[in-house]
Design a binder for this molecule. Structure first.
Ligand code: MTE
Ligand code: CO
Length: 421
């Protein structure tokens, strides 16, 4: 099986062989090109004038793409304020997530605050407590880098069995943006950290405040105070005007509408004997402070929301891979539920703590597939199967489910979320 699939299909071979096969393939399209009005007749859009440049000062996607939107799952949360929606990753390609369809997660809703109203305070174990306005932040040397943000709950509904029928819902609590801002280190050094300082406690301006403690080592390593994403101001829902970027670590640390940074000796959660986002194990003991997001990948197409509609022949299998511990080095794809694997092509070399796009250009013979992908990162870590993960973590967890996902692609091209034993 694998030999056949490793064969590189050339498009010319395909077109000539497919012409003989006929309909249901690209060549089927070529065949009816003979009398195709889309080729032979002048279309309406070519007969008049188009839209002027003053119509949409801020552009929106064309109406044909209206289904490429965030979606929420009604039964998941009691209301839509303290809730979550999902990135339509089944319909996107490349690696950058446009802000308008990047998932949102709020504990008390998105707040609308202006740059003028914005203040950021640094205090606690510092030489000089400081308050910054938005304009102050813009005067520090800037950095720019792309990182993924994954909510720790991503794929969390799938622990006990295949549940949600779409990659948007199983894996869509993720986005990947190019951030511009200043490093957290720059601001902390401006205030001066006292030798006793070991943690920073960060919180937001929203009612929930989403306070979290981060070890100073991470704060000084690669955290960013970001005010631009993908070149433009952050959207309100992503923390306008300023959010914290905590590369590779679970999304709940990435405080939006960042208001306060307190340098502390021990984590505030330890002081108050509280803990956020724990993982209950099989024996009832809970893990806490599992900040890093382990390597993970998923096939985004074909998938339940992105079925194969063109019949057998050339097929692009594609997906995303990422690791909170480094860069993606390799992604393998299986069509038979993990019995045999083929190494996918990375669209670009994996970047540190950012999404990597993979492709497997294949020749689909029209038979059913159990599609999977398996990521490997620069630490040598290999994404586990669902059963391997359950052996260690049991069934009581919600967070940090990075297991291999299986899509059952049927002969008619439709796909379904399944689990294989
Ligand atoms: N920051 C504040 N201030 N309030 C929040 O509710 N939610 C957190 C984090 N930062 C949250 C917050 C959680 S759980 C996640 S997963 C990410 O923001 C989601 O970021 P996004 O809405 O930009 O996708
Ligand atoms: Co979250």
């Amino acid at each position: 099986m694998s030999d056949k699939h490793l064969k590189n299909v050339s498009r010319r071979d395909f077109l000539s062989s497919a012409a003989a096969v006929g309909a249901g393939t690209l060549a089927g399209g070529a065949a009816h090109a003979a009398g195709d009005p889309l080729i032979l007749e002048k279309q309406e859009f070519a007969q008049g004038l188009g839209v002027g440049v003053d119509e949409t000062p801020y552009g929106l996607p064309i109406s044909y793409e209206k289904d490429v939107v965030r979606r929420n799952v009604e039964w998941l949360t009691a209301d839509t304020i303290s809730s979550i929606n999902f990135t339509p990753i089944h319909a996107l390609d490349g690696t950058i997530t446009p802000q308008g369809c990047a998932f949102e997660r709020h504990h008390s809703g998105a707040i609308e605050m202006s740059k003028d109203e914005y203040r950021l305070m640094i205090h606690g174990l510092v030489d000089e407590p400081l308050i910054f306005t938005y304009a102050d932040l813009e005067r520090f040397p800037r950095v720019q880098k792309t990182f993924f943000l994954e909510c720790a709950a991503n794929t969390g509904m799938e622990w006990a069995g295949a549940q949600l029928n779409g990659v948007q819902f199983t894996h869509g609590m993720i986005h990947n943006m190019e951030y511009t801002g200043v490093t957290l280190r720059t601001l902390l050094e401006e205030a001066g950290i006292k030798p006793e300082g070991k943690w920073v406690y960060v919180e937001g301006h929203d009612a929930s405040s989403n306070g979290r403690s981060i070890p100073l080592e991470k704060a000084l390593d690669d955290c960013m105070i970001a005010f631009k994403a993908n070149g433009e101001a952050l959207r309100m829902e992503h923390g306008y005007p300023v959010r914290l970027v905590v590369p590779g670590w679970e999304g709940n640390m990435w405080v939006k509408w960042l208001r306060r940074i307190e340098v502390t000796e021990i984590a505030v959660e330890s002081r108050e004997e509280t803990s956020k986002y724990t993982d209950v194990l099989e024996n009832g003991i809970a893990r806490k402070w599992t900040w890093e997001m382990d390597a993970k990948s998923v096939v985004t197409s074909p998938s339940p929301q992105s079925p194969i509609t063109h019949g057998k022949g050339p097929l692009v299998i594609t997906g995303l891979a990422w690791s909170g511990r480094g860069a993606i080095e390799r992604v393998d794809v299986s069509k038979d539920g993990g019995m045999t694997w083929e190494t996918a092509r990375l669209a670009a070399p994996g970047q540190d703590k950012a999404l990597t796009r993979f492709y497997l250009d294949t020749d689909w013979d029209g038979s059913e597939m159990l599609l999977q992908s398996r990521a490997m990162d620069s630490e040598g870590y290999v994404q586990p199967t669902k059963n391997e993960l359950r052996e260690v973590r049991g069934l009581n967890s919600i967070y940090h489910n990075n297991c291999i996902q299986t899509w059952h692609v049927k002969e008619n091209g439709e796909a379904e979320n399944v689990e294989i034993s």
